[in-house]
Design a protein. Structure first.
Length: 183
């Protein structure tokens, strides 16, 4: 009975105290502005995030990605780090593109390895930034300036009015268009 009185007294004492602010859960973040700048500088110089995060003083790459999202980083530094990181990513793409000119000598001496190295680098660039390094696709169906695009839904052709000679020409043209023959 004495134990019940003590626990009831503790509850009364706690209820009169102001509520505690939520304390962060988990380990404290390693982020500092100096570390953030180092990450961005090394990324801009062409070093991959995974490679640089293998250094002892660096955080795990997952944490860096969380910092970019503004998680686990002080609010006053979050936007600056995000902007610097995104700018460094663009410079990283340019650095990777420039690596195409500086193919390693051992790769250059073997044509098969050189081709694979080049294709892998191009694919990486295309994956990073399709708008900048991807294949251009111009379908060329924009129509005349100031007019709507060309459409075929409004075209009505009465083939019965064509002469047999013109009908034969039209069939030949259609066959060539479909099969690609005669080009």
């Amino acid at each position: 009975m004495a134990a019940r009185k003590k626990s009831a007294a503790k509850k009364r004492d706690r209820s009169s105290l102001p509520p505690k602010e939520a304390e962060p859960v988990g380990r404290p973040s390693k982020y500092t502005p100096k570390l953030g700048n180092e990450i961005c500088d090394r990324l801009a110089e062409g070093e991959s995030l995974l490679r640089m995060c293998k250094d002892d003083h660096m955080p795990h790459s997952r944490n860096v990605r969380r910092w970019v999202l503004g998680q686990g980083i002080p609010e006053q530094h979050a936007e600056d780090f995000r902007q610097n990181y995104n700018a460094a990513r663009i410079l990283y793409e340019d650095c990777t593109f420039e690596k195409l000119d500086s193919m390693p000598l051992d790769v250059m001496l073997d044509p098969q390895r050189a081709k694979i190295w080049s294709e892998n680098t191009k694919w990486s660039l295309k994956s990073m930034n399709r708008a900048k390094f991807g294949d251009r696709q111009d379908l060329g169906i924009s129509g005349v300036e100031g007019q709507p695009p060309v459409t075929t839904s409004n075209v009505n052709v009465n083939l019965a009015n064509l002469s047999p000679k013109d009908q034969a020409k039209l069939r030949d043209l259609a066959r060539q268009a479909i099969t690609g023959e005669g080009e």
